[in-house]
Design a protein around this ligand. Structure first.
Ligand code: ARG
Length: 388
């Protein structure tokens, strides 16, 4: 029996993949896998899958997603071209879970529903190709139009939304929501308010709110002094930030293939946590640690964006990030209001800050600075004099 395992989302593309894998690729057993990384439509996807696939699995990977992917991301302040990574960081985990199922059921092939234009095909296949299984990408290979897919879905009894569906292509997980397609493909168009699902219109925010987030060794542990388990913590901050319109991104993004794309994202918890985490680092890391870390963070983010999490350098970078987080513990207070998120106070038992040394009001032996200032500009001074 020719068995294939498909990474399934419940959307039109991955749904039409099921009969296509039978009819066009000759598989006689199609197994679907929905990996729950906190997207809202898991139940719907599972129901749909059970109706059309030969065998189905739903894998709850939420906790693993937060602990093994988001916590390292927070430690590395994982931002690509200025926005917090979202879709990219979930893909390797989804792919790994699909591979696990494929090995369990003895499949000979792995399939995904990504097109040939985006990054996700690369991220899935970076993991899929660690195995010797065949890789199948019907959406990339068959070049189908949406109309054709809808017709084909109807013929195969796949439920298609009756009304003309909203044109948005949405990717969602616990950490971030990405919206593409429709008018958003025109960089000149202002995103309509209806694309947003997690964040309130910032202009409608009436009251500022302050919250305190605590960290232990670079990992968030508490909100308002209350310890929360990792998944709950992220969900809580998404709710709080969302009601103040915090965490919207609208940008031109450079995809791995070189295409520029207009991208919109929502990520309230990510914005809050990275703002807070960076601030706590500035309190507890030395100037030189901060300097090198900011450079290596770029490398980390690029590998994560490219989906190259099995690249040995990624492991090395994570070891570096971990080492820097030994003293990144304490709390940060933030004010959320009308789309903005600002740090207003911070504390760490391991702060490198010394009030006595820096204060205007106390000693700190300022006379030592005079000798320092004589030497401080020495080379520049001599160089200037050389010019006459
Ligand atoms: N461009 C983003 C990335 O590569 C997000 C793509 C998400 N896909 C979607 N259909 N919205 O990370």
């Amino acid at each position: 029996m020719k068995k294939v395992v498909l990474a399934y989302s419940g959307g039109l593309d991955t749904s039409v993949c099921v009969p296509l894998l039978r009819e066009r690729y000759g598989f006689d057993h199609v197994v679907t896998v929905v990996v729950d990384v906190g997207q809202p439509d898991v139940d719907m996807a599972e129901r749909k899958a059970r109706a059309i696939a030969d065998e189905h699995y739903t894998v709850d990977a939420k906790r693993e997603f937060v602990e093994d992917y988001l916590f390292p991301l927070i430690k590395a302040n994982g931002c690509y071209e200025g926005y917090v990574l979202g879709t990219a960081i979930a893909r390797p985990l989804i792919a790994k879970k699909v591979v696990e199922v494929a090995e369990r059921v003895g499949a000979s092939a792995l399939a995904h529903g990504c097109t040939g234009k985006g990054n996700d095909q690369l991220r899935f296949e970076a993991v899929f190709r660690l195995t010797d299984m065949e890789v199948v990408a019907p959406m990339r290979e068959l070049n189908l139009t949406r109309e054709w897919e809808i017709e084909y879905a109807r013929e195969h009894g796949i439920p298609v939304p009756a009304t003309k569906e909203k044109p948005w292509s949405i990717d969602e997980n616990l950490w971030s929501r990405s919206i593409e397609g429709g008018v958003l493909e025109e960089p000149e168009s202002v995103p309509p308010e209806e694309i947003y699902g997690w964040t309130l219109d910032p202009t409608r925010d009436e009251h500022p709110e302050e919250i305190t987030v605590s960290f232990e060794r670079g990992v968030p542990t508490e909100v308002e002094g209350k310890r929360l388990e990792p998944v709950k913590l992220v969900q809580t901050l998404n709710e709080i930030g969302g009601r103040h319109g915090v965490g919207r991104t609208d940008m031109m993004e450079d995809r791995v293939l070189g295409l520029k794309a207009r991208e919109n994202y929502e990520h309230p918890a990510a914005t809050i946590l990275l703002k807070a985490h960076r601030d706590l680092e500035s309190l507890t890391l030395t100037y030189r640690q901060l300097q090198l870390k900011r450079v290596l963070e770029q490398q980390w983010a690029e590998l994560a964006y490219f989906g190259l999490v099995d690249e040995p350098l990624f492991e090395d970078l994570n070891a570096f990030m971990d080492s820097t987080q030994r003293y990144v513990s304490g709390w940060v207070r933030l004010r959320l209001y009308a789309g903005s998120c600002r740090v207003v106070a911070r504390h760490s038992p391991h702060a490198l800050y010394s009030k006595d040394m820096v204060s205007f009001d106390t000693g700190g032996e300022p006379w030592h600075a005079e000798g320092f200032s004589v030497f401080h500009s020495l080379q520049s001074r001599i160089a200037r004099r050389r010019e006459g």
